[in-house]
Design a protein around this ligand. Structure first.
Ligand SMILES: NC(=O)c1ccc[n+]([C@@H]2O[C@H](COP(=O)([O-])OP(=O)(O)OC[C@H]3O[C@@H](n4cnc5c(N)ncnc54)[C@H](OP(=O)(O)O)[C@@H]3O)[C@@H](O)[C@H]2O)c1
Length: 314
């Protein structure tokens, strides 16, 4: 039976009693992020060449790292390596773990005012004592390449052009690349953080999905996740989602990243328990992660071009 017909059959079949389940189970496909991220990075690389030709300097990204969280140090190095490999300038400003919020805010302010810097990012998590709501507002929106500032959040909510937060925007591109159109589909999101869950809901709603958003106070999580034709899991809880939470033939995007005691990287989804039930799943590692970093580079490039256009116009 041709693949599309099989997909259509599954879309409309109930979870019980479908004799095609076994056939389907052999077809779960992994949504790898790397090939999609490489396309984004290649476009950014080409844009950097043209930017340098025009402005005699590459775009410049500054990462602010407060403290010495080991995972943050690794993520920060990865961002630096990718930025440098593309031909961007990148620097990391490291502040001690006991730096006061005032010192960090003043540091960000000086970066906001520095005309040679195009993009600024504050590496999370920040040490205790910082208010996430305050920190979101410190970076000038024109340089906020994580796109967490209320200006970007508000514009995204209204469906207006804005920088898009890297992880949810990367997920939308992943879906698009693999031909998964959210329009008219039920999309359930587990998580409502400002950096993943909430912007994800806006992007899916803007793409005409019917969106269900779950959080810790949600009663009967599985009832809502089983409705999902597209399930996005960003709970920060390893293995939270298993076979009791998914709809047959659905698409599952696993945002979570966890390191197990034996050093393995796993997600929020127990993949081995849902493989065979769903049509698509993004692997961890190698699914959403590469998209996030690619989108960061894209946002930095957009910020640099936009700033230079505005400067030359003023
Ligand atoms: N792959 C990537 O590039 C990437 C990027 C960003 C984040 N991540 C990973 O994605 C995960 C989520 O990140 P985040 O920053 O959004 O986390 P977060 O700020 O801790 O938010 C977690 C969200 O999940 C909800 N939640 C937690 N446990 C739940 C449960 N048992 N049932 C229902 N909802 C539950 C929480 O609900 P409440 O609001 O009620 O507390 C909260 O809204 C983490 O593992 C993080 O490392 C990966």
């Amino acid at each position: 039976m041709p693949r599309l017909e099989l997909a259509a059959l599954f879309e409309y079949s109930s979870s019980e009693g479908c004799h095609l389940c076994l056939e389907w189970s052999e077809m779960t496909k992994l949504l790898y992020g790397k090939p999609v991220a490489d396309q984004v990075l290649n476009q950014v690389r080409a844009r950097i060449l043209s930017f340098v030709g025009q402005h005699y300097r590459p775009p410049r990204l500054t990462v602010v790292l407060v403290g010495e969280d080991p995972a943050s140090i690794i993520y920060t190095r990865r961002k630096r390596d990718v930025a440098l490999s593309l031909g961007m300038e990148q620097e990391t400003m490291t502040l001690p773990a006991n730096a006061s919020p005032t010192l960090v805010q003043e540091t960000i302010q000086s970066l906001n005012e520095n005309p040679h810097i195009d993009g600024i990012l504050i590496q999370r998590p920040l040490p205790k004592g910082f208010s996430e709501e305050d920190v979101l507002q410190w970076i000038d929106p024109a340089k906020d390449v994580d796109a967490f500032h209320p200006v970007h959040a508000g514009r995204l909510f209204l469906g207006l052009p804005a920088f898009r937060p890297c992880t949810p925007a990367g997920i939308m591109m992943l879906l698009d690349h693999y031909g998964i159109n959210p329009a008219g589909r039920v999309a359930t999101i587990v998580g409502r953080s400002s950096i993943v869950g909430k912007p994800m809901a806006s992007l899916l709603l803007n793409a005409n999905a019917t969106v269900i958003q779950c959080h810790r106070q949600t009663k009967n999580l599985a009832q809502h996740t089983r409705e999902a034709q597209i399930l996005i899991v960003a709970a920060g809880h390893a293995g939270l989602i298993d076979e009791s939470h998914v709809r047959q033939g659905s698409t599952v995007i696993d945002v979570g990243i966890h390191r197990t005691a034996d050093g393995k990287i796993v997600g929020d989804v127990a993949r081995d328990r849902i493989e065979g039930l769903v049509q698509y799943i993004s692997p961890v590692p190698g699914g959403v992660g590469p998209m996030t970093i690619a989108f960061l580079m894209k946002n930095t490039m957009d910020a640099a071009e936009l700033r230079m256009t505005q400067l030359s116009g003023s």
